[in-house]
Design a binder for this molecule. Structure first.
Ligand code: SAM
Length: 285
């Protein structure tokens, strides 16, 4: 069998068991088996493929157990950089790449070479902080993460990418740590977060893969905006006057966020994804 045929076989099998992302899942997994980047797979299509046993195992785990492909591979890319993904830690998603790119643009526009200090709430794999640290050598980040496994995951990726000396991760709950930061008079140039933002009412609609994620990474209260609202109410005090907040959210939450942030006196902007949906909120104090 050639790589091309293995790809077709994999795709058909995943499609038959109703996996919508069958094509990309197979591309990523077969590239992983071959030890190459997925973008290089088209160049390998005519080569022989002799890893059918491993492929069978993958199809079984995807179809029967619904383990997400990111967890089967154990790593995932974010903005062209590869991040280890520990069990039950949320893998980087597309909208988060937009969040990181937005923050990179804003830092470039608003600040120069002075020492900068950023805060990330909910670091997960560390894909946001690590990407930012790699872009800005004058930046130091503080991360807050409640899940101890995710803390380890962030630290490992920071080490792998050579930025661990500029990232401090506090294991804890932001709702407890933020008041302590205010009390200590801590200041940041920006706060960035892809917080848990699935609304309670959507809990039942989620695909079976979700059981492999830690619920603490997913749900953000009744409307999914618990974290965003908390930042609007409490985080002006920890920002420099020229600073900003950048947050990921779901399109249906836009109106609520606009109301809460404007009510608290923030100036806000929304950034859209490629499909034209608002996904990123930027707020200036
Ligand atoms: C949606 S994930 C984002 C992970 C990563 N930043 C990313 O974008 O891929 C949210 C993260 O917030 C963490 N988290 C949830 N509640 C928290 C809290 N109260 N304080 C700090 N971190 C929290 C979760 O453990 C999870 O890692």
């Amino acid at each position: 069998m050639r790589v091309k045929e293995a790809l077709n076989l994999c795709e058909e099998r995943l499609k038959d068991c109703g996996i919508e992302t069958c094509k990309s899942d197979c591309i990523f997994y077969i590239a992983h088996l071959l030890g190459i980047h997925p973008s290089l797979l088209p160049l390998e299509e005519e080569k022989p493929f002799d890893l059918l046993g491993e492929l069978e195992e993958f199809v079984k785990k995807r179809c029967e157990e619904r383990i997400p492909v990111q967890h089967l591979i154990g790593e995932w890319d974010c903005l062209g950089r590869t991040f280890k993904v520990f069990p039950r830690v949320l893998a980087p998603r597309g909208a988060t790449e937009l969040l990181v790119e937005t923050v990179i643009d804003l830092i470039g526009e608003r600040f120069g070479d002075e020492p900068l200090r950023g805060l990330e709430v909910g670091t997960g794999t560390g894909c946001i902080s690590v990407n930012l640290l790699l872009e800005f050598p004058n930046l130091e980040m503080v991360g807050v993460e409640i899940d101890p496994v995710a803390v380890e995951n962030t630290l490992e990726n920071a080490l792998l990418h050579g930025v661990a000396d500029r990232l401090k991760v506090l294991q804890g709950d932001i709702f407890n740590l933020c008041p302590q930061m205010v009390e200590k008079g801590e200041k940041f140039h920006f706060l960035v977060s892809n917080p848990p933002y699935i609304a309670e009412r959507d809990r039942e609609k989620l695909p079976p893969e979700v059981k492999y994620e830690n619920p603490v990474a997913l749900y953000g209260g009744e409307f999914g905006t618990k974290f965003h609202e908390y930042f609007a109410w409490n985080c002006k005090k920890i920002l420099h006057p020229e600073g900003f907040i950048a947050l990921e959210f779901e399109p249906f939450q836009r109106e609520r966020l606009e109301e809460v942030f404007t009510c608290e006196g923030w100036k806000i902007e929304f950034w859209e994804d490629f499909a034209g949906n608002p996904r990123i909120l930027i707020a200036f104090p």
